[in-house]
Design a protein around this ligand. Structure first.
Ligand code: IMP
Length: 173
């Protein structure tokens, strides 16, 4: 049985989301914002973030990149499994990601979204995990920053398990 060490507790998650949501609401005031969640890991984070935003016009969409499967290290070949449905041409887009590790997934997704000609693309991540970054990528809004370790809970999985844990844990196999 793996060991689970708490990294971000419930109160902290909600405090950080409130802080980031206030910054996003201020930056996009009076504009329409399209939130694009990266499936599956970002679904809980996006649901909580969206409800904290005070903007009047918000649309929500999702895309999905290939996952780690049962591995805990990044794959360099990132395929797109599900594309966005909304027309984002000329729109302000906020990509909502669970965790940024090497930055490869995000770089690939940003390039893909830019191909649709949006007005802007920014990134909001629940966790910015910096130590294994391979490509420089701007995380415009980050809730928590961690050095390293494999995390589960609050949407994050290990082989599709543990997404439902209400807090974020460091999982030690
Ligand atoms: P990157 O391409 O290495 O930045 O990895 C990004 C994706 O890998 C995230 O969207 C997650 O799905 C997954 N990932 C990275 N680190 C972790 C982790 O610690 N726990 C669970 N999933 C992770």
């Amino acid at each position: 049985m793996p060991e689970f060490i708490p990294v971000v507790e419930k109160e902290d998650i909600h405090r950080q989301i409130t802080r980031v949501a206030a910054a996003i609401s201020a930056d996009y005031e009076g504009r329409e914002l399209i939130l694009i969640g990266v499936l599956k890991g970002a679904f809980i984070f996006l649901a909580d973030l969206a409800r904290c935003l005070t903007l009047e016009k918000i649309k929500i969409d999702f895309l999905q990149a290939s996952s780690y499967g049962a591995d805990t290290v990044s794959s360099e070949n990132i395929a797109l499994k599900k594309d966005v449905d909304l027309d984002i041409r000329g729109k302000d887009v906020l990509l909502v990601e669970d965790i940024v590790d090497t930055g490869l997934t995000l770089t690939r997704l940003i390039a893909h979204l830019k191909g649709f000609g949006p007005r802007s693309v920014r990134v909001c991540a629940m966790i910015d995990k910096r130590e294994r970054r391979k490509v420089a990528v701007a995380v415009d809004y980050a809730c928590s920053t961690v050095a390293d370790g494999f995390l589960v809970g609050y949407g994050l999985d290990y082989a599709e398990n543990f997404r439902n844990l209400p807090e974020i844990y460091h999982m030690k196999l």
